[in-house]
Ligand binder design. Structure first.
Ligand SMILES: Nc1ncnc2c1ncn2[C@@H]1O[C@H](COP(=O)(O)OP(=O)(O)OP(=O)(O)O)[C@@H](O)[C@H]1O
Length: 255
């Protein structure tokens, strides 16, 4: 039986006179892929920023696994297993691919100062485990051969996959991807689709997605939430959304 991992209701975010998000509701069941779609400027990224504690929502409730998290600082929400990527790739471009994964591992590392200074057996063990974990995820996203290449020199699609691997290093429960297919070619988009499906099926990760690529959204989502000008417009299965006249109107700019 699936159960809700994330329940959002009445989410509102005001920037001065602009109501960027107005009463958004959203339920994400465990191990689902849920997509949030809507025209440019609809408020999707603002919702992500509220969910991850980057913004303090003006009002509304955000419940993660039964616990209210609205207004908590970002690092506390991240500690509860919520991780995200951003619209623009945010890797350490001069660091290698494997180093980018190791920096994400810090929460699981033995960072005791003296242990590090004297390289105690426990410290070495935790270092080795971190490297093995990084190697595992590099392999899962097909980047093993690029382990020692600076991240900034990888192809764009590879950088996107590396970002997702970096998220997975923290063993997330809820993975939030902001336009992961932006700038990808059809082949890379297909690889991304396979990767997201694998994360859900094999690693029990729940995925919340913002995406403009409708082919990807329709093929991968269990549920779709549509927002327009900050306001919820529709939600349902891909079939329900595809045929919804309000959604079609909003996308044609008539709403
Ligand atoms: N920090 C901020 N201060 C003021 N206005 C903001 C801020 N962040 C977002 N906005 C405004 O809120 C509205 C919603 O923006 P948001 O980026 O959430 O939309 P979006 O649906 O993610 O758009 P896109 O699909 O183009 O990324 C826009 O009018 C934007 O200009």
């Amino acid at each position: 039986m699936s159960r809700p991992i994330l329940e959002v209701s009445g989410l509102t975010m005001r920037f001065g006179g602009l109501l960027a998000v107005n009463g958004v509701a959203l339920t994400v069941q465990e191990k689902q892929v849920v997509s949030m779609i809507g025209p440019n400027g609809a408020g999707k990224t603002t919702v992500f920023n509220c969910l991850t504690g980057f913004y303090q929502p003006t009002s509304g409730s955000i419940v993660l696994d039964g616990e209210a998290i609205q207004g908590l600082p970002g690092h506390k929400i991240a500690h509860k297993g919520v991780v995200r990527t951003f619209q623009n790739v945010r890797l350490f471009k001069d660091m290698t691919a494997v180093e980018n994964l190791l920096v994400a591992q810090h929460r699981h590392l033995n960072t005791n100062f003296f242990a590090g200074l004297f390289k105690t057996p426990n410290y070495r063990k935790s270092e080795r485990a971190a490297m093995e974990h990084a190697a595992y995820w590099l392999d899962k996203v097909n980047l093993t051969e690029f382990a020692n290449r600076p991240a900034g020199t990888l192809a764009y699609g590879q950088q996107r996959r590396l970002e997702i691997a970096r998220c997975m290093m923290t063993r997330p429960r809820l993975l939030m991807l902001d336009e992961p297919a932006a700038g990808l070619n059809p082949r890379e988009t297909e690889d991304l689709k396979q990767l997201i499906g694998m994360l859900r099926d094999e690693y029990n990760v729940t995925v919340l997605l913002i995406e403009h690529d409708m082919k990807l959204v329709m093929s991968i989502s269990d549920h779709i939430v549509v927002i327009n000008q900050g306001t919820p417009l529709a939600d349902g299965t891909p079939e329900q959304i595809r045929g919804n006249p309000e959604v079609i109107k909003a996308y044609l700019g008539e709403a």
